[in-house]
Design a protein around this ligand. Sequence first.
Ligand code: C2E
Ligand code: CA
Ligand code: CA
Length: 592
Amino acid sequence: MDKEVLNMGKSYKLIVISALLAHVIYLLAFTYSGITVLQLYNFGSVIFYAIMEVLVSKKYYRVATILVHVEICLFVIVSVVMLGWEFGFQAILVAVCTLMYFNPFTRKRRIYVFPIMEFVLFMVLRNWSLRHGPMIAVEGEGYYYYLNYTFCFGIIIFGAIITKIATDRLERENTRMTRDSLTNVYNHDFFIEEVGRVLRRSGKQYYLLCTNISGFKFYNELFGVEQGDKVLVEQANMLKAAAGQFCVYGRLAGDEFGILIEKDNYSEEQMTAYLNELQKKFSTFLYHMHICAGVYEIRDNTEPVNTMCEKARIAVDEIKDDYDCCITYFDDKLLQESLIKRRILGEFQYALEESQFCIYLQPQMTGEGRMLGAEALVRWIHPKEGMISPADFIPVLEESGLISRLDLFVWDQAAQVLRKWKEQGREDLYISVNVSGKDFYYTDLYEAFTGLVKKYEIKPENLKIEITETVLMKEAEKQMGLLQKLRDFGFEIEIDDFGSGYSSLSMLKDIIVDVMKIDMGFLRKTDHGERSWSIIRSVANLARTLEMNTVTEGVETKDQVTRLLDIGCDVFQGYYFARPMPVMELERQYLE
Ligand code: C2E
Ligand code: CA
Ligand code: CA
């Protein structure tokens, strides 16, 4: 059933009840004046409208509507045939007024079917009546003649009022169904519907864009929801202003807007200018607003619109955090990545519960090949995919914050191994574990580490904490107190991947850490071998001056070891000595 007809429910009922009442009054009037045929007719009508009332309450609107037409046409026929054209004409007025409202069809073209049929019927009736005259002579001056006129007039006014109320309601209902209440542009559902309609009808080529405001939640928290709403309204207004270029636009959700634009009308410069203008409008010295758009080139106009939006969204997600970029295009690689991402996130919790994760240990050695300790590196042993590298899933888990659950597990595993080694009389060995940036926010690091030390009765200096340089840089000021507390408890902090991020040497002045892990990987990529060695030498000197130990990671050749020893670096971790391996394997190779 059409939405519009359904939405008329209440006014429908009102009309049916009015018609029922009208016929009761007619019935009484004709009983009083003794016109039996009309009395009978009105008696039938009363029963008819009582049935209608039932149909309408059961929501059979279309059947009810068609019946109304039949009944009203009968009413006109009886009036004209019995009382003549002049009297019946009033009935026609009532009929037209009522029928206008009761149209069983809401689709544009079919809407004329009933009025045309009825017009023809009324014209035929008129001719017949003018030729034959009324069957019952009605006295022109009769008392009920005036009464009847007044009554018809009342019904017409009443019908008009009801029609007005109903159309207003319909309009409001339509607005509610199609528009977003805050911005008054199309809402999600209607946008999808409308885009689908445009694409089905037109053979042209289009782009579907999805815009997003980075950190809009943060903006709301900073400036209040009302100000956030203003931004959205303003964005919608700008969309409206630029509407000439767009085919369809609407608010998809929260801070996301969707735009369908014809390929020929699309210009990246124009779009960028538009986004920049918005951005400028709401950026303050406290907050730089970053609005970006993902663009999906529609190749198949019959693809589900929701999928298209999702693809544009995947593209926009890709640049949300990249403040230099505000437009990006969807491609299949992005889709693959996003599918993998979703799969990882979907399977993670189950995998953790099912013990699909375990730790591998990579030894840290002296130049002579004596093991001092090891770094714990997580591995996902997937029942179908085999071993998945942390490089594939750690970034995804980090993005979502799920990493902290995994890290808690890894730290616990490492502590268990330390406990076992302690029992075997090897309390001299340590294990380093990785701490992700998100761990600072999703766990209580102090509680977690001190808790493990107490639980397994191990020495805190044997459980070393690796934090990457990039994370340290970002968190240094905020977390200085926490890091100090951990050091005071006896833990050693290591800067991981030193030299690979945008380090600021002044950072080293403020945060005191114990070990510098120099990653050789970042030097390997360059061709300037000698210059790289100079850098390593300076870093090693710097560490010495600051009384920090060094561990060199990613050592792969004997030559590297010799040169590093020369420079004064004497702890190594790298494939030259050993690859990461299962705990049992490491114990077999180095502890027995
Ligand atoms: P990372 O902390 O820098 O770990 C060292 C990575 O370098 C390891 O990769 C290791 O297998 C690899 N590696 C060691 N020696 C060599 C070498 O000689 N040559 C080369 N080319 N590579 C070497 P892996 O295990 O794939 O881990 C990758 C990254 O994943 C780690 O980098 C770390 O950032 C992260 N990660 C691993 N386990 C965890 C964990 O439990 N928690 C967190 N938060 N991150 C982890
Ligand atoms: Ca590490
Ligand atoms: Ca590292």
